[in-house]
Design a protein around this ligand. Sequence first.
Ligand SMILES: Cc1cc2nc3c(=O)[nH]c(=O)nc-3n(C[C@H](O)[C@H](O)[C@H](O)COP(=O)(O)OP(=O)(O)OC[C@H]3O[C@@H](n4cnc5c(N)ncnc54)[C@H](O)[C@@H]3O)c2cc1C
Length: 389
Amino acid sequence: MKNEYDVIVVGAGPAGSMAARCAAEQGVSVLMLEKDRDVGYPVRCGEAVTKRSVEKFIEPDDKWITAKISKFSFTSPDGNEVVIDFKSVQGYVLERRIFDYELAKNASKAGAEVVTRAYVNGLIRENGKTCGVKVEYRGEQKIIRSKIVIGADGTESRVGRWAGLKTHIDFRDMECCFQVTAANVSVNQDTLYFYFGKDVAPGGYFWVFPKGSDIANVGLGIDGMEGKKRSALSYLNSNLDRLYPQASILTQVAGGVPCSVTLEQISGEGIMLAGDAARQVNPLSGGGIASGMMGGSIAGRIAGEAIRKNNLKHIYSYDKEWHNERGKTHEIFNRLKEGIYGFTDNDFNKIMRKIKEVAPEKRTMNKLFMIALVNKPSLLIDVAKVIID
Ligand SMILES: Cc1cc2nc3c(=O)[nH]c(=O)nc-3n(C[C@H](O)[C@H](O)[C@H](O)COP(=O)(O)OP(=O)(O)OC[C@H]3O[C@@H](n4cnc5c(N)ncnc54)[C@H](O)[C@@H]3O)c2cc1C
């Protein structure tokens, strides 16, 4: 590690690695710091992504794909199941431990220096401007200067707050998640399963994502306010007892997913935020891998351009570019989320019965949303704006 870089990225998740790679591709010096011993571990994720969103950034490789998804299954509170068959591969369940490694490797290949077990515990701030980080590395406290710091330090991000950005998120919007990777769970390897209902996952959903023969990620997210009354773990245990009493738990993780619109400001003097730290998660699905990669890639490229052009004000264009690329759509998804998560069990049951009346070959995600939101015309306009396929 040198004492100075053009760009320092804090956190080596998908957002951080993409930021480091895209900044390095601009020919500037980049350091990415990760507090954990391993990039990509521990994994706190259901690991499902859409194919097209990751393919923009990395060539698919079977070494980090554990299941190829062509069907979605939705189950209502009264146990009615509807399957949407896309007829072709639409998504993957990843092995994030390998996927995240690969992203970090690509950042390194592009020229970024990657250092693990490097815990950033503060920023260097001069005259209201961020100009580096304080880092604890191998028992030593170091100061490393940079022109730009990109905070990609995940849900519990502190970098943004240290830099004076407003990072507060309403408790309601922080989905409380608990997930296990379980053996003895036999499900179709081409299907993602979603279950809804107030006793199943209030203000969220329960998921089963296949991860190879007899193994699946089984988890749920519930509304933050609901989580205060009864824990996500307690809901998960009752779903597991009901559906997979024979499951053996191999790993378990808990975490929060910020299901809100993006922070009002994601850049400032010498600072940019990306991924969960910037609240770039898709608020409807809770998916943050691909959108974090998108946010990181834009942040990294703009940081690199700012240095090359010797115009640090250029980093302020990040807010607008993100907004146009994904932020605007996330605002619409957030409104849809508010509508859908307000459904009663009866609403879900009725919707599922209606969808069952549609011939299987005519079922699409658009049709599903059209039926679900038929009594909420203003949200139907939102669906039309984003075309969910
Ligand atoms: C239970 C659960 C299930 C989920 N399922 C899915 C899913 O199926 N699909 C999907 O798309 N998304 C899912 N998500 C969300 C997804 O995991 C995140 O949105 C995604 O990981 C965000 O990437 P990121 O790079 O912003 O942050 P992270 O992946 O969290 O990476 C942040 C990194 O920063 C490091 N770091 C933090 N602080 C410091 C510091 N001070 N110094 C140095 N390093 C630091 C961390 O160790 C970490 O490696 C799920 C989340 C949870 C909790």
